[in-house]
Design a protein around this ligand. Sequence first.
Ligand code: DC
Length: 223
Amino acid sequence: MKSLLITIDGPSGAGKSTVSRGLAERLGYTYVDTGALYRAVAFVAHSKGCSADDDNGLADICKHLELRFEKSSKGRRLYANGEDITERVRTSEITMLASAVSARSVVRENLLNVQRGMGKGGGLVFEGRDMGTVVFPEADVKFYLNAHLDTRVLRRYKELVETDAATSLPGVRKAMMKRDEDDSSRALAPLKPAHDAVRIDSTFLGIEQVVEAMFHHIRGQAK
Ligand code: DC
């Protein structure tokens, strides 16, 4: 199949990452997790003691931050200034801080360039919140993946409790509702479906079914 640029947006817990990875594999494409880039900025800000509302500090961090993904036997790894930070950006603290720094224009502007740089050439599946609306408005195929809040909470809970037995369902629900609200209501590039995105609800669908539905749609488009 020709080298298309495909975007998948949606709220956390809708299954975006697993679906994006599966779709990329099926197409022989490269998968780009853009949330990881915001997490990387949050991680560096946290380690430097820079708060989410310190625009000068964030600007400085972005200016000196070299981000890249690299394939390895352990899957795709995220490097920030040469350091592998793949697992370290997944804590609850960095998750909330990533949402906060993602609302700052200085961070969004910097990462816009990084993402467009990574998008050259096609053969890519980009996953995020504003891929189809802001970063790649000319993408070949756009999807918006959603699921009922209860389903998303349960999925995230199952994921988190594997590494942290103290994880609670009400805690996950509260954090997810806050993040959904913050990501959708921010002034810059808020989470919303692009007008030309194909909407898929994964509440009652398994990962394979979602990938299959997307694959069929793309094949139809590519003909
Ligand atoms: O997809 P994720 O949970 O790893 O994303 C972490 C945060 O980054 C999320 O709360 C919102 C932000 N984000 C964004 O603003 N734009 C994107 N394209 C991807 C993520």
